[in-house]
Ligand binder design. Structure first.
Ligand code: G3H
Ligand code: ZN
Length: 284
């Protein structure tokens, strides 16, 4: 069933696990992630970047694929379709109008007061329609599609509390040293700030850049208030590895299903592993 992230994440925070956001790119990605969540009886968030939505043909194509698969695959676990790193009110509105059940407004690069103003506008439009909202403070490092960072800036706990109080967002992504794409060496996450922000702001926290974070740091993040973890790059790596192996094993292959199927299976296995690591199995 299609739902917002609100109840999903509040339950996760209360019970001490995290729900995975897995980004989708196409039909195979969506099938693999929905299949993994159903197999694990886990709630799941399908993340859609603006670039991925463009690639798939638009927000309406995304919701048509997801809703049809929920129906045809008889998916019974809670599923949210979430705009990842929404860049403006207009993009968030377009996603909501197309049937997304959740959006992220990422005005983290703007001055604080501007971030508050835009986020508030998105919350007003979204909440009236039962759609949840995630916002961001600080800077996640690395690059994901159109989101390119210059260095890493840690979120300020006092600003986090203000942003939550003044906007009414459902969850917050405070950048605390995580990076989009692979890490250079071990991540250096700001656990002290994470704990303080969750206590003072009082909403579930989101950890971006989930690829490459060691299990102990994942567990620690969850114990300090992280209730949503975003993973994208790891599925891309595993899909491509499996597709490349299938292509390399048979120089004559031309049926796309012969190499897309191993790629899809690799994503499903990866997502099942993440769901178990995040502790959301049997929490649907
Ligand atoms: O917004 C999406 C995530 O933050 C993905 O990060 O590609 O490093 O797993 P990742
Ligand atoms: Zn992100």
């Amino acid at each position: 069933a299609l739902v917002s992230m609100k109840d999903m994440l509040n339950k996760a925070l209360k019970e001490g696990y995290a729900v995975g956001q897995f980004n989708i790119n196409n039909l195979e990605w969506t099938q693999a992630i929905l299949g993994a969540a159903e197999a694990e009886k886990s709630p799941v968030i399908l993340g859609v970047s603006e670039g991925a939505a463009r690639y798939m043909g638009g927000f309406k194509v995304v919701t048509a694929i997801v809703n049809s698969l929920i129906d045809e695959m008889k998916i019974s676990v809670p599923v949210a379709i979430h705009l990842d790193h929404g860049s403006s009110f207009d993009k968030c509105k377009a996603a909501i109008d197309a049937g997304f059940s959740s959006v992220m407004i990422d005005a983290s690069h703007d001055p604080f007061e501007e971030n508050v103003r835009i986020t508030k506008e998105v919350v007003a439009y979204a909440h009236e329609r039962g759609v949840s909202v995630e916002a961001e403070l600080g800077t996640v490092g690395g690059q994901e599609d159109d989101v390119i960072a210059n260095g890493v800036i840690y979120a300020d706990p006092a600003e986090c509390k203000q942003l939550v109080d003044r906007t009414g967002i459902d969850c917050l992504a405070p950048a605390l040293g995580s990076v989009h794409g692979p890490y250079k060496g071990e991540p250096n996450l700001g656990f002290k700030e994470m704990e303080e922000i969750c206590k003072t702001a009082g909403v579930p926290l989101v950890l971006h850049g989930g690829t490459g974070i060691p299990t102990e740091q994942i567990k620690k993040s969850i114990s300090l208030g992280t209730a949503k973890i975003n993973v994208n790059t790891e599925n891309q790596i595993e899909f491509t590895k499996a597709a490349r192996a299938a292509l390399a094993a048979d120089a004559e292959v031309y049926d796309p299903r012969k190499f897309l199927t191993p790629g899809r299976d690799a994503i499903k296995a990866t997502v099942i592993g993440k769901i178990r690591e995040f502790g959301s199995s049997n929490k649907a």
